[in-house]
Ligand binder design. Sequence first.
Ligand code: XMP
Length: 327
Amino acid sequence: MANDRRPDDMVRITTPELADAFIAEQIKLVKEQVGDKKVLLALSGGVDSSVVAALLIKAIGKQLVCVHVNHGLLRKGEPEQVIEVFRNQMDANLVYVDATDRFLDKLAGVTDPEKKRMIIGGEFIEVFAEEARKLEGVQFLAQGTIWPDILESEHGIKAHHNAGGLPEDMNFELVEPVKILFKDEVRIVGKQLGLPDGMVYRQPFPGPGLGVRCPGAITRDRLEAVRESDAILREEFAKNGLEGKVWQYFTVVPDFRSTGIKDGKRAFEWSVIIRAVNTTDAMTATVQDIPYELMCHLADRITHEVPGVNRVLYDYTPKPTGTIEFE
Ligand code: XMP
């Protein structure tokens, strides 16, 4: 099997057997490519990088060094899950970097959405490069590039979202074992590699993370309100059979306060906006119908359990005119 382009006649991986065959083939190819050298991987905990990590752990074990950069904008429980799955269960060589303060300090007072994205992306590369420099003898860089990334960059839709960005003196040879797969195939392969469903079937999550759900300048209190309300929303969607059925759902906490009453006292606090949408390609999206009782329960839980929040709103806007994210 060629490792560079998806052969036109390649059978779509839809079964565990086909996934196993793909895994065996890739293990062989990776071993041939890498030999006894070290491979570095930025492991975000997203589907693609997690599947690459699991595959490479199988192929080359401790020759793989995974670096998980926590930029402080991850969802509740995500860094812990990366450590649990990869370090504790798969015995991977995992470097965990808590860079929360670094990112939040750089982002303090920054309101422009594009500037926020640039800071998050730029700082990520810097932290990752610093960690890479601490390691000796790394010749390869693994990436979770998938086939649609290649097609989109070839058609000029987006710059290749993985490759590049690292300082020029770090010229690693790339290892991209899922490069010829479509997303649904990556998930099946991930499942066969023993990754938990919560990792393999998770909803899309933007690179700048919760940063784009904290519109305006990010503050620690609003960021915590986003993280906690998002965790409640995910818990309730799972309990009520909506997990896996709704394409993307999350909460947003804009930089806006309103008057309310808590414990008989005036409370001038944040509002949480819930967004839940369905789409096939993220170019357009429709709004999920949430049962009234569930909506009331969500409002009740969020206003009582999330500090600093006194209102919950639902966004009924399809795309267009709204985008899926707020920023
Ligand atoms: P929008 O907001 O443009 O989002 O309707 C469409 C899809 O893309 C995700 N998204 C991003 N993903 N970096 C990413 O990796 C980003 O900056 C970004 N912005 C939006 C969004 O979550 C949705 O699934």
